[in-house]
Design a protein around this ligand. Structure first.
Ligand code: SRM
Ligand code: SF4
Length: 573
């Protein structure tokens, strides 16, 4: 094995580090294993590399037992994630994705919590055709997953003001700047030059080197007062500072992250901390140098301790600032004032400063599909894409914006949206409109409990309780994940559920409505009956005792149900 220059001195690098270093810049034996028709799977080493190309091998967990009984290999399939900074896609691109979903995937499209788009259920032999088609439409899956910088999030409604448009451009530039340089992606998927088999490849990764990052890395840009990218959950965050409609620059946050492991208190969700201010032009440099610090100091031995938040918490935020300033050759200015109101989406039509209209739709848990109740989301978005001249924007709350609609087209879009049941979600309760659930079963290999398929049912029961207390219009951020990895940022839910086992969840309370405070565990390992029994009296008391404008999470803290958690290091205390 090649020597890893970045391995900590006292512990050997993890297996994944060996795989990356020996992969010849993300190639491994992927080309051969994708061609191999003997099995629908690929070996684990290649699967690790495959993530950097935007895909995970999965198997349909609903079919696992039955197939095992029949002595068949699991129903292997691939999830493909499309990375588009700020979640912007054109109607033409949407139509291609829609067709791919029908042809090669499971007939649905999944909007993600990071403004990306996922297709599920692609069989190995269809992967090359799918990725190639995605690229032909000028989208990519490269670096959507893996130990690199992921999709850069930003406030998804750029045309609300010129500032939003500018911020989107910076998100895109940061995203491009941090893309891996290896040609492996082009060779593998786009019929590039011949695959280089030798370790003597002349390729260079100026930012990542051949080791890439110790773990995934995430960046998001928020435009106050909306914190719809949950900026404090990002490894590196930028908060736009705007004066008189002009973007002055960004406050920089560092060291956020949501993942943890049940029963391991050394792992915890954490909030990014504001470390200073930079101008827009300096943001790329800040991002690059931060990534290289994590490359050089992140833990390469223990993957669950390898996120940037632990690098910072172990060494201290002042250490990080000093190292960042040293690498930048200049210092961040003191942070500027800002204020966030909320971390959810604002629904319905808004008119942007460019005179165009934008319709934000509520998509339950980001799943675009036609259902038997007459909600024809898939068909509706396809029909709109056929006539729409603007764009689609995915939000960080798994919703979609039909963006940049001209005054003349607004009626037509409105009529189509209504005809296919796209706007019916807007009439959902305030609780539902503020809900998110991660994918979980049946595709996610790490799920311990249902999430996307279960939260809608649980919400129905909670809606009844809220309605009984006259709180049906009360906005409460509620989030569920099927395991503690945090994909729907459940630790930032005023009510959070984290899957423990089939039908059982930990219940967390007390996060803020604007995403600047974590929640804390209130009850462990409870089933639906217990969840409802626990929440009912708290909701009733909230209805009686809440102060003017007081949010549910703030009340849960004030009433003493849980303590306020403003640092992840207190999450388990
Ligand atoms: Fe995630 C792994 C889905 C956002 C933290 N995430 C996974 C995998 C790939 C499971 C796996 O490793 O085998 C899931 C695929 C499920 C499936 O079948 O589609 C998965 N994550 C998702 C998505 C699709 C959830 C969704 O419902 O939208 C989100 C895709 C985002 C994107 O477009 O890039 C998604 N994941 C997140 C977020 C939220 C965010 O980034 O804002 C987090 C928490 C923030 C963070 O990273 O700290 C998140 N995912 C994780 C982790 C825990 C990482 C850690 O720090 O320990 C894992 C597990 C891992 O990496 O080992 C994971
Ligand atoms: Fe899977 Fe867990 Fe992420 Fe949900 S939170 S998608 S169960 S890894």
């Amino acid at each position: 094995m090649s020597k890893d220059p970045y391995a900590p001195k006292d512990a050997p690098p993890s297996d994944v580090e060996h795989i990356k270093i020996n992969s010849n810049y993300l190639r491994g034996s992927l080309n051969a294993t994708l061609e191999d028709r003997v099995t629908a799977s690929i070996p684990e080493d290649d699967n690790r590399l495959m993530k950097h190309h935007g895909s995970y091998m999965q198997d349909d967990r609903d079919l696992r037992n039955e197939r095992a009984k029949q002595k068949l290999e699991p129903a292997y399939q691939f999830m493909l994630r499309i990375r588009a900074a700020g979640g912007v896609v054109t109607p033409q691109q949407w139509l291609v994705l829609d067709e791919l979903a029908q042809t090669y995937a499971n007939g649905t499209i999944r909007l993600t919590t990071r403004q990306s788009i996922q297709l599920h259920g692609i069989i190995k032999w269809n992967m090359k055709a799918t990725v190639k088609t995605i690229n032909e439409t000028l989208l990519t899956t490269y670096a959507a997953c893996g130990d690199v910088n992921r999709n850069v999030m930003c406030n998804p409604n750029p045309y609300q003001s010129e500032v939003h448009g500018e911020v989107y451009k910076w998100a895109d530039r940061i995203s491009e700047h941090l893309l891996p340089q290896s040609r492996a992606y082009h060779e593998l998927w786009l019929d590039g030059e011949k695959i280089i088999d030798s370790q003597e490849s002349v390729e260079q990764e100026p930012i990542y080197k051949n080791v890439y990052l110790p773990r995934k890395f995430k960046i998001g840009i928020a435009v106050p007062p909306a914190n719809d990218v949950d900026v404090y959950s990002q490894d590196l965050g930028f908060i736009a500072i705007v004066d008189n409609g002009k973007l002055l620059g960004f406050n920089v946050t560092a060291g956020g992250g949501m993942g943890m492991t049940h029963g391991d208190t050394a792992t915890y969700p954490q909030l990014g901390r504001v470390i200073g201010f930079c101008t827009p032009e300096q943001a790329i440099d800040v991002a690059e140098k931060t990534v290289t610090i994590q490359r050089d100091y992140g833990d390469r031995s223990v993957r669950k301790h390898a996120r940037f938040k632990y690098t910072i918490d172990d060494r201290g935020i002042e250490w990080f600032k000093d190292e960042l300033h040293r690498r930048l050759g200049w210092s961040l200015e003191p942070a500027r004032d800002y204020r966030f109101d909320h971390n959810g989406d604002r629904y319905g039509w808004v008119k942007g400063s460019n005179g165009k209209w934008h319709l934000t739709l509520f998509i339950q848990n980001g799943r675009i599909a036609d259902d038997e109740q007459g909600h024809l989301l898939m068909t509706g978005l396809r029909e709109i894409a056929k006539v729409h001249k603007g764009d689609y924007r995915i939000t960080g709350n798994q919703n979609i914006i039909i963006g940049n609609v001209s005054g003349q087209s607004k009626r037509k879009i409105d009529q189509l949206a209504e005809q296919y049941g796209l706007t019916s979600g807007l009439a959902s309760s305030a609780l539902r409109r503020n809900s998110m659930a991660c994918v979980a079963l049946p595709t996610c290999g790490l799920a311990m409990a249902e999430s996307e398929r279960y939260l809608p049912t649980l919400l129905g029961k909670l809606e009844t309780i809220l309605a009984d207390e006259g709180l049906q219009e009360q906005e409460i951020v509620i989030r569920m994940t099927g395991c503690p990895n945090g994909c729907a940022r459940a630790s930032l839910g005023e009510i959070g559920f984290i899957g423990k086992a089939p039908g059982r969840y930990n219940l967390y309370l007390g996060a803020s409505f604007n995403g600047d405070r974590l929640n804390k565990m209130y009850r462990e390992n409870i089933n639906e009956e217990e969840i409802l029994a626990e929440l009912k009296p708290i909701i009733a008391r909230y209805a009686r005792e809440r102060q003017e404008g007081e949010h549910f999470g703030d009340f849960a803290v004030r009433a003493g149900y849980v303590q306020a958690v403003v640092s992840g290091t207190d999450f388990h205390a």
